[in-house]
Design a protein around this ligand. Sequence first.
Ligand SMILES: C[S@@+](CC[C@H](N)C(=O)[O-])C[C@H]1O[C@@H](n2cnc3c(N)ncnc32)[C@H](O)[C@@H]1O
Length: 301
Amino acid sequence: MPRIGKPTDLSNRILRLSLGSEAANRELRWMKEAIYEARPKISSVDFDATLKSYVKRRATGTPLTYVLGTQPFGPLSIKCRPPTLIPRPETEDWVTRLGQVISSVQSGSQSPISVLDICTGTGCIPMLLSCTSRSPITALGVDISEAAVNLAKENVTEAGLSGRIQIIKGDLFDDTFVRTVLSKATSQDGFDVITSNPPYIPQEEYDRLPPSVKHYEDQLALLGDRQGSGEADGLSFYHRIAELISKENLVRDGGILAVEHGLGQSAAVQNIISNALGHRVRRLEAWKDQWEKERAVVAFL
Ligand SMILES: C[S@@+](CC[C@H](N)C(=O)[O-])C[C@H]1O[C@@H](n2cnc3c(N)ncnc32)[C@H](O)[C@@H]1O
């Protein structure tokens, strides 16, 4: 292991100034671990130079995950880079729970559960479902962003899941969306499960986001008001998803629709789903996250 000398002391001082000593010590430890993990035989000189560059980026506001390059997500280590959204712990929470639900609902089934993940970002949702569900999963992840699609493909490949998860580029609001995804579905009746963590932040809230979010993560991944729609409540994506499911065979009867939403949006999202899908919804559940905040709506069809 390279000797850790003066540059690290200096790095420590710089980070302490911007983060406070407790967080600085913790983050420096993670940075060092990440450097060794990526390059176990790194020389002292290269180690110090890499650490300095990490500290510089962090001290000037780059989110830690982008500095380290990965985010833990359940048992997975998800590769992350700007501007693709960093997977959040609250997403990990409901997706883990969904994996358990899928396992119990589908227990005994030998054929794989098909999942469509709309707005897939890093691909973290279908990847975690593949790990947490006891039933075998095949999934299609779709995103409008080229950067996200490339990153998700890398993540899926590195996790050894490319035989089970396919990632494609697509725009939920495009007329060809349904035709494209259904051409990849294994059944004409649609997918077994649809998941989505779409952009859901209203414009007014987006304008007030801290620079650590707004300057690094894609506006496309955050802003829930579709441009030109006149909507200002962050709910454009839920209207579109519910509309498509009501008109097309996107999800089969007996299937599940699970969507994440922002704080205070649960009732509105439940209304959008029940109004659009009506009698097709057998049960609608509002799931809370690990901080007891309503975070996901799950419709059992
Ligand atoms: C909130 S992020 C979620 C990413 C990931 N699923 C997660 O949970 O970390 C929303 C994603 O939606 C994608 N997106 C935005 N508009 C879209 C559209 N019209 N069609 C498909 N994907 C879109 C963004 O590129 C972004 O990756």
